[in-house]
Ligand binder design. Structure first.
Ligand code: UTP
Ligand code: MN
Length: 483
């Protein structure tokens, strides 16, 4: 990479003046730190800087020749040198250290001895053992910086990792679930199949556990851990029970511990089910069957007629997996809005009454907009919504129908771009967008708004493209958000 700009660093006095006011408070004059923003991110860098200064470390804002210790996160020493040189700094600082040295020093309250594990290592020479073939994959860290289509090259691995993620979710171990989900997402974005784990060295989001799963599959054709999970009685029962509409991991776990393994046992147990669960049990087979795109469009048609009859000019958008190009899904996610903001208010109860009168609803539960007005940027449930089970007539009629889960959400026009982005998914893509916003941009993104914490203001957007631009991200079209 060619240096973009070569700025000559002018001798020691720039370093001295930059930190003049801090010198008095500085307890360790022989140590001058510089934190590399690359991969660390702006907000973490300023957080660590403040922490360091609070403990009496001199942390310089700019890299100068007085810097003795360069602290970086997830960079090789080569990457740090290249980065410094691309900014016109050719002098080599005394120490290139991993952030672990800094965090240990912070907790000791003094610069700790530098161990070899603290020093940044060089990149693995890529020409060793097989040249090009062994070059490691390079991927951006956040899933929202990558394009992930529906089809990819690593299904054997992502199937196993997704199963393990699902099992972790059923065990309510969110941290582990997320680690497996992120690992699967990274593999989905690779340009070719993984044939050697060494090529994954340095890839973001691949922890030891996930790498072990991949290694196992490469060596044995299957992952022992995934296969034994698939056969595990608890996993099977929990998957079946949480498959019931209205049953989450907590309820399923309780039932499992009381000996319930399947639907007949649940029925025999005489347990009192709530209204949603009763509907879930009654329509279990239909709801497990998955919704085709044709069925989704039929639902859109019915919902659109009801919406427009109650509010002329109402606009419906099919979001969720179908908008990402999936051929089938577990439900139909519908966003409803009206160009004239305010007119959409109160639409849900009217639509529901109409659909019910037409015998299109087997179940529905509406939630009102939280009227506190202070739901904040992180709130996800501020919209007028209705979770329904539709009774969809079969195309050839004959009185046959099937049950379909439908999620209706009414959105004020000013928030519709945020809602569309939030409701298109995938879930991991959404999560990564929000993580990017807060960690890298100091902003809070929700399905309602984007808030810039530094400027203290909301950033408006009429389209998804504008939201990506606010976040300094390249636009990712819906069909490439299948992370
Ligand atoms: P889904 O769970 O329907 O996922 O949520 P999906 O990708 O469409 O998958 P299938 O095909 O139905 O199985 C769709 C999107 O709506 C958002 C989720 O974050 C996801 O991105 N969503 C859903 C919310 O933001 N809030 C909710 O309460 C529910
Ligand atoms: Mn969906």
């Amino acid at each position: 990479m060619l240096p973009l700009k070569r700025r000559k660093v002018s001798s020691a006095n720039s370093g001295a003046s930059a930190s003049h006011s801090r010198d008095e408070a500085c307890k360790f004059p022989q140590v001058v730190l510089y934190l590399l923003e690359r991969k660390m991110g702006t907000s973490r860098r300023s957080f660590l800087t403040e922490l360091g200064r609070g403990k009496g470390f001199r942390v310089d804002e700019n890299f100068t020749e007085s810097v003795t210790h360069v602290i970086s996160e997830k960079n090789s020493s080569d990457e740090v040198r290249r980065w410094l040189s691309s900014r016109g700094h050719h002098a080599t600082p005394v120490h290139l250290l991993d952030v672990s040295w800094f965090t240990e020093s912070l907790s000791e309250g003094r610069p700790v001895d530098i161990l070899s594990s603290h020093r940044l290592t060089d990149e693995q020479p890529q020409l060793e053992s097989g040249g090009e073939q062994m070059a490691t994959f390079s991927l951006p860290v956040y899933a929202c910086q990558r394009r992930t289509g529906l089809n990819h090259h690593n299904e054997v691995f992502t199937d196993a990792l997704s199963l393990l993620a699902e099992n972790a979710e059923l065990c309510q171990d969110e941290g582990r679930a997320l680690a497996f989900r992120r690992a699967a997402a990274a593999l989905k974005a690779l340009p070719e199949p993984v044939t050697d784990v060494r090529r994954l060295r340095g890839c973001p989001c691949l922890g030891q556990r996930s790498l072990a799963v991949i290694q196992d599959i490469l060596e044995n054709g299957t992952s022992q851990e995934a296969e034994s999970t698939r056969r595990c009685e608890r996993y099977r029962a929990m998957k079946l029970l949480t498959g019931i509409f209205g049953v989450g991991a907590k309820t399923a776990d309780l039932w499992f511990r009381e000996g319930v393994r399947n639907l007949p046992q649940l029925r025999r147990s005489g347990r009192i089910l709530n209204r949603a669960q009763r509907a879930g049990v009654a329509h279990y087979d239909d709801l497990m069957r998955g919704v085709t795109r044709a069925e989704a469009h039929a639902v859109v048609q019915i919902a659109r007629e009801a919406a427009v009859a109650e509010l002329p000019g109402a606009q419906l958008t099919l979001a969720g997996g179908f908008r990402r190009g999936k051929p089938s899904g577990h439900d139909v996610d519908l966003l409803i809005t009206h160009p004239q903001e305010g007119l959409e208010e109160g639409l849900i109860p009217k639509m529901v009454a109409r659909l019910e009168a037409q015998d299109f609803l087997l179940y529905h539960k509406s939630s009102k907009k939280s009227n506190s007005g202070s739901s904040g940027a992180s709130s996800m449930d501020g919209f007028e919504r209705c979770l329904c089970i539709f009774k969809l007539p079969e195309p050839d009629d004959g009185g046959l129908w099937r049950a379909i889960r439908v999620d209706l959400t009414v959105v004020p026009a000013g928030q519709s771009a945020f809602a569309l982005l939030g409701w298109t998914g995938s879930k991991l893509f959404e999560r990564e967008l929000r993580r990017w916003a807060s960690r890298e941009k100091n902003m809070s993104l929700s399905s309602h708004a984007l808030y810039d914490n530094r400027q203290g203001e909301y950033l408006e957007a009429a389209t998804e493209e504008e939201i990506f631009a606010h976040l300094s991200l390249e636009y990712v079209p819906p069909t490439e958000r299948n992370a």
